[in-house]
Design a binder for this molecule. Sequence first.
Ligand SMILES: Cc1cc2nc3c(=O)[nH]c(=O)nc-3n(C[C@H](O)[C@H](O)[C@H](O)COP(=O)(O)O)c2cc1C
Length: 171
Amino acid sequence: MELYQAIKNRRSIRNFKEKKISEEVIEKLIDALRWAPSAGNLESRKFYFIFNSKVKEKLAQAALGQSFIAQAPLVVVGCADSKITQRYGERGKDLYSICDVSAAIENMLLMAYDQGLGTVWIGAFDEKKVAEILELPENLRPIAIIPVGYPNENPFPPERKDKEEIIVRIN
Ligand SMILES: Cc1cc2nc3c(=O)[nH]c(=O)nc-3n(C[C@H](O)[C@H](O)[C@H](O)COP(=O)(O)O)c2cc1C
């Protein structure tokens, strides 16, 4: 698939088929996460791959009841690792580690789309509850929950702002 096509046509999917995801495809998602850029190449990020139905249910509850999360065969939780402070101080923790996770997630969303999968980036959740459910160590902060599965809907593309609103050209 052409990259431009993937970037433009990927949509947030909130309705999934039951179909399982093969190990081969899961490996591609992992590669997409791993090969994203990171500050100082420290890869200050960790990803939980959740297949367990009970844990998925709990995550859906922690995400303000967004029940479609539990419907997906795979739920990925992306976490920022605050150990980066050892090299980059507060800026490492407050900014770089979150950028590291976000860059990896976008890579994964595009790879998933390329593999015929649907995803949605979930940011609305109770961080404390997610940390409890996954028994996260102190250094990990959950940044996003991403349900992954074969799409059972084909949403219309939501509008984007005009180019002039988001781009400033300095010639
Ligand atoms: C940081 C962030 C948080 C988001 N949180 C949620 C969420 O909690 N629930 C949800 O349904 N979608 C969530 N989304 C998805 C957006 O609603 C979606 O990306 C946006 O409407 C554009 O649609 P598109 O992804 O189909 O282009 C989030 C996206 C981002 C980047």
